[in-house]
Design a protein around this ligand. Structure first.
Ligand SMILES: [Zn+2]
Length: 182
């Protein structure tokens, strides 16, 4: 059993940028296995290493029955098209807020054997690649929301059964928010 506990919003590990993977060794393959099994157990679209407490640039995905992983991802956007729809996070359970993302993405990186791979993603797969790569930079989907939507998200989070009012998490305020919502 390699299912790991998932870190929740408020845990500083979720706000810490991850290090690139340098050694494609047995330990890395164990991490990929843990991430994949934890994701399949939890039933989300993606799971990034910091969500199980590991500060390396690795994520696993399960989108439209395609299960895989990507290491040291770099995203490219082939066009300007956007999508807007509900997004959630296994570290912020039960909270789903409409989030704008790019519609199409080319995610380049490596597999667990150190071989170069690329994912050409659209829709949910593109959303997943953006969400998970954000995790590796210490960014949460809440940071991508407008001030109004973030307020809505925080209201839901404060009502969530897992929310710890004694240890409230920080949200990065987007430069576009204009200080509103204080
Ligand atoms: Zn997430």
């Amino acid at each position: 059993m390699t299912v790991q506990p998932i870190r929740l919003f408020g845990d500083p590990v979720l706000r810490t940028p991850c290090e690139p993977v340098k050694d494609f060794d047995k330990e890395l393959r164990k991490l990929v296995k843990d991430l994949t099994e934890t994701l399949l157990d939890a039933g989300g679209a993606g799971l990034a290493a910091p969500q199980i407490g590991v500060g390396l640039r690795v994520f696993a995905f399960d989108v439209d029955d395609v299960v895989g992983h990507l290491i040291n991802p770099v995203l490219e956007f082939p066009d300007e098209e956007e999508q807007d729809g509900p997004e959630g996070c296994l570290s912020i359970p039960g909270v789903y807020i409409d989030t704008k993302r790019r519609q199409n993405v080319v995610a380049k990186g490596f597999n667990e054997h150190g071989e170069p791979v690329q994912i050409v993603g659209t829709g949910l797969m593109a959303r997943c690649c953006q969400h998970e790569t954000d995790h590796l930079d210490g960014v949460l989907f809440l940071d991508r929301l407008s001030a109004a939507r973030r307020k809505e998200a925080m209201k839901e989070i404060r009502q969530a059964p897992w929310y710890d009012a004694a240890n409230p998490p920080t949200i990065k305020i987007s430069p576009h928010a204009g200080g509103a919502g204080r």
